[in-house]
Design a protein around this ligand. Structure first.
Ligand code: ZN
Length: 80
């Protein structure tokens, strides 16, 4: 399973408005694009918000795809 902090809210946009949680004084390389950022994700890792949103959206799309391939959805009669 994915960790809860790897999910996007239904809006597709993260709420990182709390500076105590998501802002640091010193810029560090974003974990995704390596560009400098003062933003931190839920786990305290340096990350641009847009990078985190893009990553999570891709990951969720991938997860949906994997489930769709694995799950043989059947109706009440057991037909695929
Ligand atoms: Zn980035």
């Amino acid at each position: 399973m994915l960790a809860s902090d790897e999910f996007l809210p239904a809006s597709g946009v993260l709420d990182w408005s709390d500076p105590k949680r998501h802002w640091a004084q010193r810029p560090r390389p974003c974990r995704f694009c390596k560009g400098p950022t003062c933003l931190r994700d839920e786990g305290g890792r340096p990350s641009h918000k847009t990078c985190a949103e893009t990553y999570r959206a891709r990951r969720q799309a991938h997860t949906v795809q994997v489930y769709a391939q694995r799950a043989q959805l059947t109706d009440d009669d057991g037909h695929a």
